[in-house]
Design a protein around this ligand. Sequence first.
Ligand SMILES: Cc1cc2nc3c(=O)[nH]c(=O)nc-3n(C[C@H](O)[C@H](O)[C@H](O)COP(=O)(O)O)c2cc1C
Length: 191
Amino acid sequence: MELLDAIESRRAVRSYTAEPVDAATLNELVHIAVQAPSAMNHQPWRFVVVRGAPYLRELGILAARHARAHLPPESPLAQHLADAGVEIFHGAPALVLVCAEHDEPQAIEDCCLAAMVLMLAAHGSGLGTCWIGLSRPWANSPEGRAALELPASQVAVAPIVIGYPAVMPAPSPRRPPELLWRTGSGAMRGQ
Ligand SMILES: Cc1cc2nc3c(=O)[nH]c(=O)nc-3n(C[C@H](O)[C@H](O)[C@H](O)COP(=O)(O)O)c2cc1C
């Protein structure tokens, strides 16, 4: 798949087949993700890989419970989670959690870039992904950190579920970008 096609056709996938994603494929995707740029090439990312839809479903129940307990009840997300059967990880068979080393100043930015590369690489390999920001507070909570065995030096940044898409969603609309051109004209000219 051409790069521009991949960028244009990637979608947040929220419905997955039962087909597992094998460890070799996940390993390969993470190896591509680390081609992302990082501040001073510090590469402060670490990857927690969870495999198995039933296990991920169990973790999803914990993450949803945490979100319900911490979101303002009137918020749209809390209302979405009010349905006890909601699957926060969308029934995916795998999760790659991109984590940042705490002590790196631009580690969050670096990890977001690695996550984006991972999502595009997965899409280019016929896989679907969805960034599950809703699960991040749980992943960084004492309970989530224990479940995921996160080392104390790391903070969870990007929980990305991965699997084979059962349904490829229609493109979601984008607003036209606002561009503010600067040409160096006016007061600055001639200085
Ligand atoms: C930081 C971030 C957090 C997100 N959190 C969630 C989430 O918790 N659950 C979910 O289903 N989708 C989540 N998404 C996916 C977005 O809803 C989705 O990317 C957006 O609606 C645009 O759709 P598209 O990715 O198909 O273009 C998240 C995306 C980002 C970038």
